[in-house]
Design a protein around this ligand. Structure first.
Ligand code: MN
Length: 222
């Protein structure tokens, strides 16, 4: 009797997996999708439409966008990120992948940020990086990466990369499992959004004065 029950459970579980009933909703490829209730409705797609497969060439699956260093001097944090996307690598469409080249100046930082739609695995190619993420119980995991070493940032969690070398630049390449991972830098999102988050909200959230809110806003706007 008990054995029959176990087999039934196993059978139902396998059926669920086979029918895909245990899958969550598909991940959205944009930040939001406001319902268009107007009629007639125009056509909107979750991603880009495809060209005729007969017209596909090898060049659609190749890119040299990551071959040159990005300019780290335009960022106050001393970093530059170049991403593959459906414009510079059209073959990537619908494959759920993005590759990123991350250049960091001496002591440059990719400040704490998150990707709402992707996990990320980063490999240090040059220099020494202090990398880490914070989980939802506010536990921090950090690691020092030398050239050739890798680290994973789980989906949606806040993470950072810091070039600990005060003299030499560093280079990393990251893979992300979405063609549109999205990125939010925590400090910029909270203090340099447009329009700004009300001062009062920031004063209370960070337990600081109006003057301190202004100082941080000014620094991050630069
Ligand atoms: Mn990242």
């Amino acid at each position: 009797m008990r054995r029959n029950f176990q087999s039934l459970k196993l059978f139902l579980f396998s059926l669920y997996l086979l029918l895909g009933l245990s899958k969550p909703d598909p991940d959205p490829l944009q930040d939001y999708c406001i319902a268009d209730t107007k009629k007639p409705q125009a056509l909107y797609l979750n991603g880009a439409p495809c060209i005729d497969p007969e017209l596909a060439t090898s060049s659609h699956f190749a890119t040299s966008s990551l071959s040159k260093p990005g300019n780290t001097s335009t960022s106050q944090f001393g970093f530059n990120v170049i991403l593959t996307n459906i414009a510079n690598l059209p073959g990537l469409n619908t494959l759920g992948l993005t590759l990123a080249r991350v250049d960091l100046a001496a002591n440059g930082i990719v400040p704490p940020h998150s990707h709402p739609r992707a996990s990320e695995v980063t490999t240090c190619l040059q220099g020494t990086l202090l990398v880490g993420f914070i989980d939802t119980s506010n536990r921090v995991f950090t690691q020092n990466l030398k050239a050739g070493e890798s680290f994973v940032f789980p989906k949606g969690l806040i993470h950072f990369l810091y070039n600990v070398d005060p003299r030499k630049p560093a280079l990393a390449v990251s893979g992300l499992n979405s063609q549109n991972p999205g990125a939010q830098i925590a400090s910029i999102a909270t203090f340099a959004s447009k329009p700004g988050v009300p001062d009062e909200v920031l004063e209370k959230a960070f337990q600081i004065s109006r003057r301190e809110v202004e100082t941080i806003r000014e620094k991050l706007a630069g």
